[in-house]
Write a protein that binds this ligand. Sequence first.
Ligand code: SF4
Length: 66
Amino acid sequence: LVRVKVSVDTEKCIGSGTCVLTCSEAFDQDDDGTVVLVAAAPPEGLRERVQAAVDACPTLAISLSE
Ligand code: SF4
């Protein structure tokens, strides 16, 4: 099983915080609200919520690769 890799584009992030609300184990925000990646290779158990965060990000700033 290949662990999914997460990446974030801080240029696209508008600081909505949706990803943090969806999966705080993988995402945080800095003082300006910009996304901070906490877990670049999150465990399998977080996969669904990481995917939910990808889907919920209003600016498509989060992407996954394997
Ligand atoms: S959901 Fe998207 S725009 Fe909102 S804080 Fe996370 S990465 Fe940034």
